[in-house]
Ligand binder design. Structure first.
Ligand SMILES: [Cu+2]
Length: 374
């Protein structure tokens, strides 16, 4: 794999016009444009423009293997359009890569297919999955795969535990519907999940899901390191922080402020679109209080249950670690919709924020920012 200097990513971000502030600030403060707004909506504002860190002795930021660890939330497989059982050949590779949590802050990630979260697998109830896991020779760790969509030992983990240079195949039937998590489940699973080893498998009910205009896929998880949020340098996984369940970062898709103006950009949405969002919580430890600032979960498929009637108009919902929840939103007015964990210190201090940018015409019947017309 080609190794790039992390300065290349900064240059890229600057060229792309999406990371100027972050490129210079190089800290959590540098990515807080959207976060500060999020907090001012609900918490009265965030005054910290700089890293809150007491400096520790981190190694310098490492060279990165990939310019971006965050999976694209729009990268969702197409809906099921078949009505007879199928067999799917699914292969994933366990890749260990160094990347930035935010500019100037590097971390050694472990992933399925080089991104966080791992790719979504989408099948129909009754389909068969022929799954192969490959662990490259240059890996430093054994890995495996526990699918929560599987009846079987360890959800598949017992028969997919492989050393570097090995591969393993299991076959299973997707017997029950729902959207479920998958994750690495080796003995140090808290480390491996904190390094990024989780994703989602969506088993559609036989009659499918209601049609929507857009689908998005996010993964929340915690990164436990020996540094402080925003502290430049190379952050190592920290077992004591994990045991204390005190993460340095809480992120969507493995990056602080991943989908904001100063991160990888907001996600554009056309006004009026019904958007279904799949939110996987890899954990390894913290439950998310999932909320969309400026919106409501119009339909909530609580805990990823896709066969019960969805709950309606829920403001904030718990998403336990090891769970994928699905929800649909309406987008009647333009403006930002901020996806957060409503444990808000995780937003303004630790990075968990993703912004949808609804683009369209004002509808003053629904929301009028200037009712006196002045
Ligand atoms: Cu692993």
């Amino acid at each position: 794999m080609t190794r790039h200097s992390h300065t290349n990513r900064r240059a890229f971000l600057k060229t792309a016009g999406i990371g100027a502030a972050a490129a210079f600030a190089g800290c959590t403060g540098g990515r807080q444009t959207d976060a500060a707004t999020a907090s001012s909506d609900e918490t009265g504002g965030d005054e910290s423009g700089e890293a809150s860190a007491e400096a520790t002795s981190l190694d310098p930021a490492a060279d990165v293997d990939v310019d971006r660890i965050a999976a694209d939330p729009t990268d969702v497989p197409d809906p099921v359009d078949w009505d007879e059982p199928r067999t799917h050949e699914v292969t994933m590779e366990t890749t260990e890569v160094t990347a930035e949590i935010e500019p100037g802050v590097t971390f050694d990630y472990m992933t399925f297919d080089g991104q966080v979260p791992g790719p979504m697998v989408r099948v129909r109830r009754g389909d068969t999955v022929n799954f192969t896991l490959k662990n490259p020779e240059d890996s430093g760790m054994p890995h495996n795969m526990d699918f929560h969509a599987v009846y079987g030992p360890g959800g598949g983990a017992d028969h997919t535990t492989i050393a570097p240079g090995e591969e393993a195949t299991i076959q299973y039937k997707a017997t029950y519907p729902g959207v479920h998590i998958y994750h690495c489940a080796v003995p140090n699973m808290d480390h491996h999940i904190s390094a990024g080893m989780f994703g989602s498998i969506l088993v559609e009910p036989k009659d499918g899901l209601p049609e929507v205009d857009r689908e998005l896929y996010f993964g929340q998880h915690e990164i436990y390191t020996n540094g402080e949020p925003g502290e430049e340098g190379h952050h190592e996984f920290d077992l004591d922080a994990a045991k204390a369940e005190n993460p340095t970062y809480v992120t969507y898709n493995g990056e602080a402020y991943a989908f904001t103006e100063s991160g990888n950009g907001r996600i554009p949405i056309d006004q009026g679109d019904r958007v279904r969002i799949f939110m996987s919580n890899g954990g390894p430890n913290l439950s998310s209080s999932w909320h969309a600032i400026g919106n409501v979960w119009d339909k909530l498929y609580r805990d990823g249950d896709l066969v019960s009637d969805p709950a309606r108009y829920v403001e904030t919902t718990p998403v336990a670690p090891g769970t994928v929840t699905a929800a649909e939103i309406e987008t009647p007015v333009p403006g930002p919709i901020k996806l957060v964990d409503h444990s808000l210190s995780r937003v303004v201090r630790k990075g968990v924020l993703g912004v949808l940018d609804v683009q369209g015409e004002e509808d003053t019947d629904i929301f009028d920012s200037n009712p006196d017309g002045e």
